[in-house]
Design a protein around this ligand. Structure first.
Ligand SMILES: Nc1ncnc2c1ncn2[C@@H]1O[C@H](COP(=O)(O)OP(=O)(O)OP(=O)(O)O)[C@@H](O)[C@H]1O
Length: 189
């Protein structure tokens, strides 16, 4: 089962749809385990919650091209390795990567044979309305997300080959059905 790369602007409804999909098919999907250089917290399990590594190891592996993406948050490195994505398939589950456009382009540079689906909002106005209604954003983070959304939607328009499928999340039930179909398509003869 090839990995599914699920992208789309913040607020398009990715989490909402994935939550439904995982609830309907609890054993089919898996997320890759990320790497981090931060210290392990009580109760966390190495290799399960995160792959805990030293900064030296992680930087060496990033330099060796072993990571799809990595970023620094409050002094610690976080990232998704190619091996972590492959491990999900090896465990018999389909890996779903919920990543941004940078991540999508990075996955395309790897040998991972992924399928790409993009979730778009019906309009930027509706996206703003949903993000406001979600109540998770400050004016500043809202403006940032909307600006990024504009860029990501423009990119998808200008590079139609980037995603194998584009689903517009207008009516949630319809969008969910379209995503579900895409995910299961490769199973069909
Ligand atoms: N079809 C829809 N109609 C109306 N509201 C929706 C629809 N789909 C999702 N929403 C609502 O829009 C908001 C944003 O959805 P969600 O949090 O799933 O987006 P997301 O793409 O995962 O965003 P992020 O990348 O920021 O996590 C949520 O409050 C959700 O309930």
């Amino acid at each position: 089962m090839c990995p599914i790369v699920f992208s789309g602007p913040s607020g398009a409804g990715k989490s909402t749809i994935l939550k439904r999909l995982f609830a309907e098919y609890p054993d089919r999907f898996g997320f890759s385990v990320s790497h981090t250089t931060r210290v392990m917290r009580p109760g966390e399990v190495d290799g399960k919650d995160y792959n805990f590594v030293t900064r030296e190891t992680m930087l060496a592996e990033v330099a060796a091209g072993k990571f799809i993406e990595h970023a620094e948050f409050s002094g610690n490195l976080y990232g998704t390795s190619i091996a972590a994505v492959e491990a999900v398939a090896a465990s018999g589950r389909q890996c779903i990567l919920d990543i941004d456009l940078q991540g999508v382009l990075a996955v395309k540079q790897t040998h991972l044979n992924a399928r790409y689906i993009f979730l778009a909002p019906p309009s930027l106005e509706e996206l703003e309305r949903r993000l406001r209604a979600r109540g998770t954003e400050t004016e500043e983070s809202l403006a940032k997300r909307l600006a990024t959304a504009k860029r990501e939607l423009a990119y998808a328009d200008e590079h139609p080959g980037t995603h194998d499928r584009v689903v517009v999340n207008n009516d949630l039930d319809t969008a969910y059905e379209e995503v579900r179909q895409f995910v299961f398509e490769e199973d069909q003869p």
